[in-house]
Design a protein around this ligand. Structure first.
Ligand SMILES: NC(=O)c1ccc[n+]([C@@H]2O[C@H](COP(=O)([O-])OP(=O)(O)OC[C@H]3O[C@@H](n4cnc5c(N)ncnc54)[C@H](O)[C@@H]3O)[C@@H](O)[C@H]2O)c1
Length: 307
């Protein structure tokens, strides 16, 4: 199946990842974006508006969402509460959006015979995995309401595929970074915060000893994974790790930043945050085999673009 020419709806399409998906598709597809603008920003769409149709709405509003999904052939479901701390403070709100909202998306897709749904899941579902690199068959162990709600979203994706024949695919993103990522919250992606602070000459704050590792995957590669998931036949009903397969410690990342800027950076080490995982690294062989996913952006190049 080819995605070209298909009618697309992107939930959370004014956000960091969703806006890149919308922009990638805008030239060859009719694209609608539904977003509550809770953490997203309409400015992220300025290059593609008004070609892309934007509706400010909440995925918790079932009827309105259903009206937007009617006529869509492929739905990229990116809209979510993305703030882990907010999910800890208010698990009900998180579940209403990430579970209830996801169920609204799935029900509308079933009702309107949408061809395919690609869901933004998260590496958070693994918690602290016992084996690294982690494969998709590892036992999930969510450490926050956010991680649990993503896992529930995935389970609903699989159930709708098995029970109703709706073609769904879940992508477990690792640490996504790239242009447009919001750096203004303490829980934003560490790369967006670090590169912003470097640009502004501010110190970097590390929670813990800096030896924690993460797989940072560029948003261009994440968009690529979404495109492949929308087209692949054998991917239906499955969940895939989406990362580069290589992790790096925060201390090593700081060394790279110092090398690139030619400056010694001021780093403040603070107490480890509760619930933060120590090591995170995906095995991406399933995505490579079934989706044909090969990440292409080298970490140093991706960092340079942000600096
Ligand atoms: N960035 C990462 O590293 C990462 C990692 C794993 C998973 N994810 C997932 O990827 C998706 C996109 O995340 P992002 O990093 O682009 O964050 P983001 O905050 O930029 O995007 C999320 C979008 O969803 C919108 N939204 C929030 N609540 C909504 C609601 N009730 N109704 C409609 N829209 C709503 C926000 O306004 C925002 O535009 C999310 O589902 C997130 O959980 C991201």
């Amino acid at each position: 199946m080819t995605i070209e020419g298909k009618k697309i709806l992107v939930t959370g399409g004014a956000g960091f990842i969703g806006s890149w998906i919308a922009e990638t598709l805008a030239s060859k597809n009719s694209v609608k974006v539904a977003d509550s603008l809770k953490t997203g920003n309409k400015d992220n769409l300025k290059k593609i508006l008004p070609k892309v149709e934007f509706t400010e709405t909440d995925i918790r509003k079932r009827e309105k969402l259903s009206g937007l999904i009617q006529g869509a052939e492929i739905v990229f479901h990116q809209g979510a509460n993305v703030q882990i701390q907010a999910s800890v403070d208010d698990p009900q709100m998180d579940a209403d959006i990430n579970i209830g909202g996801t169920l609204n998306v799935l029900d509308a897709c079933r009702k309107h015979d949408v061809e395919r749904v690609v869901f933004a899941s998260s590496s958070a579902i693994y918690g602290n995995p016992s084996n690294i690199p982690v494969t998709e068959s590892a036992k999930p162990s969510p450490l926050s309401p956010y991680a649990l709600s993503k896992l529930a979203g995935e389970s609903y994706m699989k159930l709708y595929s098995d029970l109703y024949g709706l073609k769904t695919i879940s992508l477990r993103y690792f640490n996504v970074y790239g242009p447009r990522q919001n750096a203004d919250s303490p829980y934003s992606g560490v790369i967006s915060i670090f590169t912003k602070n470097v640009r502004e000459g501010k110190p970097l704050t590390v929670f813990g000893d800096g030896e924690q590792t993460r797989d940072f995957v560029n948003v261009k590669d994440v968009v690529k994974a979404n495109m492949l998931a929308a087209e692949s036949k054998p991917a239906v009903g499955k969940a895939f790790n989406i990362g580069t397969g290589k992790s790096i410690s925060l201390n090593d990342m700081i060394s790279i930043l110092e090398k690139k800027t030619g400056k010694k950076l001021v780093v403040k080490y603070k107490e480890k945050r509760k619930g933060d995982v120590m090591h995170s690294c995906p095995d991406i062989s399933l995505a490579r085999k079934i989706l044909g996913f090969v990440p292409s952006v080298a970490f140093e190049d991706g960092l340079s673009e942000l600096l």
